[in-house]
Design a protein around this ligand. Structure first.
Ligand code: PBG
Length: 322
């Protein structure tokens, strides 16, 4: 008998057979585009560390959403940069808050575009931490109160899904109850469940003007060395009522994505974060990597690991190819 019997190369020999056996297919349904909104009119501030991304005022944000929607983007994740910040992030709970304004304006023009709000205090506090600071650290239980208020206010503005990214203990349950009490029992929660204290958020903090003014986020975000703990975080969020769970960042945490998917079989999102995006852009700008190929490889690998949906700044660049 000829050797070797098994030749895996046989099915790799033509494009058609390669397509036939492809196990992971990226589609338009899989991607969520993050966008940054700030006050003003006609404002389009480029985010230097994230080429192709801008802080937009509401009017231009609506235009951007139309452009994305026409390309096939079905969902965007909104981050707000407010006019004024305060100690507790209460500015994020106002009826006329920046994301609330953006939500109403987008929904008026594009009722079909699915809007997700990142719920956290770090963009809204003077100190840049994700909650109310007491004795030099973020106080868990008083932060829950602002997170609950922020979520209800966003629901009232017409958001389609709430995504808490603060990493306080008990926040999913607290927000679920706040939403239910205000007649939003059908509002889904996508929890940033396993969110790591990551250096990959660097460019985002420029984009959202949310860098902590002292200390770091290690007392609430997870240690990158831990994976069993991620399972406990996800388990808690599911118990508290999360409809979808998330692992963030994505690329250095593909093992966590796979573990979470296998252990819970929950709808799973992965966040391909700012630093992951910017590294690709920077290397591509220098001609060191092929941007188009590497981007598809990155996104495909996240889906292969087990993510059902991916939040990615690459969305606007790849959507038309899907
Ligand atoms: C808010 C938040 C952050 C990101 C998403 N939501 C920043 C942080 O936790 O410091 C990071 C997203 C990215 O890097 O693309 N807490």
């Amino acid at each position: 008998m000829a050797f070797p019997i098994t030749r895996l190369r046989r099915l790799r020999s033509t494009e058609v057979s390669r397509n036939m056996i492809r196990e992971t297919q990226l589609t338009k349904n899989d991607l969520i585009m993050p966008l940054f909104v700030r006050p003003g009119k006609g404002v389009q501030n480029p985010i230097n560390s994230m080429p192709g991304n801008y802080q937009l005022s509401v009017d231009l944000l609506v235009e951007k959403c139309k452009e994305l929607y026409n390309k096939g983007v079905q969902s965007v994740l909104l981050f707000g940069i407010p006019e004024h910040k305060d100690e507790h992030g209460l500015v994020a709970c106002e009826e006329n808050g920046i994301v609330q304004q953006a939500t109403r304006a987008i929904k008026k023009e594009l009722p079909e575009l699915f809007l997700i709000a990142d719920v956290c205090n770090c963009e809204y506090t003077t100190h840049g931490h994700c909650g109310t600071v007491i004795d030099g650290d973020v106080d868990n239980d008083s932060t829950l109160i602002t997170l609950g208020k922020q979520s209800v206010s966003l629901a009232q503005a017409g958001i389609d899904m709430i995504a808490p990214s603060d990493m306080m203990d008990g926040r999913v349950g607290f927000i679920r109850k706040a939403l239910d009490d205000h007649h939003f029992a059908n509002m889904p929660i996508m929890a940033y469940s396993a969110k790591y204290a990551s250096a990959f958020y660097g460019p985002f903090r420029d984009a959202a003007e949310s860098a902590p003014q002292f200390g770091n986020r290690a007392t609430y975000q997870m240690d990158p060395a831990n994976s069993n703990e991620a399972i406990r975080e996800v388990e808690q969020d599911i118990i508290e009522g999360a409809d979808m769970v998330m692992v963030k960042p994505a690329l250095s945490y593909l093992d966590v994505i796979q573990r979470v998917k296998t252990e819970f079989n929950m709808p799973l999102c992965a966040y391909n974060v700012s630093g992951e995006f910017s590294m690709v852009k920077a290397a591509a700008e220098r001609g060191w990597v092929d941007e188009e190929r590497i981007t598809m490889e990155v996104l495909t690998s996240i889906k292969r690991a087990g993510a059902d949906v991916i939040i990615s700044y690459h969305t606007q660049d790849v959507i038309e190819k899907l």
